[in-house]
Design a protein around this ligand. Structure first.
Ligand code: SF4
Ligand code: SF4
Length: 249
């Protein structure tokens, strides 16, 4: 852990990354790059693909050994020294929609919920990797300033919704989901366009109402559909309707 330094929002670190730096793009290969549902939403829009096409062409998935839930990983290119499929000579080809972990690097956001505590602890770690020369640059940031510059607020918000599912799963003391449940989780969280088909085929908003969204929102707004999907999966797999109750429905 010597290369990881724990930081709070107003702590500072020294770092800069720019195309002129000698290590430019060196960090964009041989990655174990997990993708969150919101990462996939942004990437499939950026590439003008359906979620199904994006998942098929760019990712693999497995059951996380710790969470027991489906996990999606960005596939690295074996014929190109395991480089990320989106790296180019001039940088990241999906830069405005790059995954949250790429945006916030060299930081990582950690959320910890201790047993028997309702609130979570949030902190950041600074990842100092030997190949990254950005730490030799003189520019100084607070964690808060870095996060603002990388526009990660919505990524954090959506990832926290996913954390709610993981937390519910842990509290349920279930080791794993059934095959069918894993398929539903994958559909509602990752394959958003496939999930939209299910929502409209079964008119799911009738049986799982979400106060803030109409069926038109679910048809037209991917973020609204993702919020609905996460709430639906919480109820469908873990019998949780707390959010609806909190909203008064
Ligand atoms: S290795 Fe570090 S400084 Fe170099 S391109 Fe990657 S993030 Fe930027
Ligand atoms: S998505 Fe972009 S920033 Fe992230 S690893 Fe790939 S090329 Fe690098």
């Amino acid at each position: 852990m010597e290369n990881f330094q724990k930081l709070a929002l107003d702590d500072t670190f020294q770092f800069s990354c720019h195309p002129g730096i000698e290590c430019f793009n060196r960090c964009c290969s041989d990655l174990n790059q997990f993708l969150t549902p919101y990462d996939i939403l942004r990437l499939k829009k950026s590439l003008k693909l359906s979620s199904g096409e994006f998942l098929k062409h760019y990712t693999t998935h497995h059951i996380g050994p710790r969470s027991g839930l489906p996990v999606v990983t960005l596939g690295m290119l074996k014929h190109k020294n395991l480089s990320c499929p989106f790296v180019s000579k001039v940088g990241c080809a999906v830069y405005p929609d790059r995954p949250g972990s790429c945006r916030i690097y060299p930081l990582a956001r950690i959320i910890q919920r201790r047993p028997n505590q309702s609130t979570c602890e949030e902190f950041y770690i600074l990842i100092k990797e030997p190949h990254c020369l950005g730490f030799e640059e003189s520019k100084e940031w607070t964690v808060r300033e870095w996060k603002q510059g990388q526009a990660v607020d919505l990524y954090d918000e959506m990832n926290d919704l996913l954390m709610d599912i993981i937390s519910l799963k842990n509290r349920s003391h279930r080791k794993g989901l059934t095959h069918k449940e894993n398929e539903l989780f994958y559909l509602a969280c990752y394959d958003l366009d496939g999930f939209r088909d299910l929502v409209f085929e079964k008119r799911l908003w009738k049986t799982h109402p979400v106060e803030d969204h109409s069926s038109k929102d679910l048809e037209q707004d991917d973020v609204a559909l993702m919020r609905f999907g996460i709430e639906w999966i919480k109820g469908r797999l873990f019998g949780d309707s707390s959010t609806n109750h909190e909203r008064g429905s």
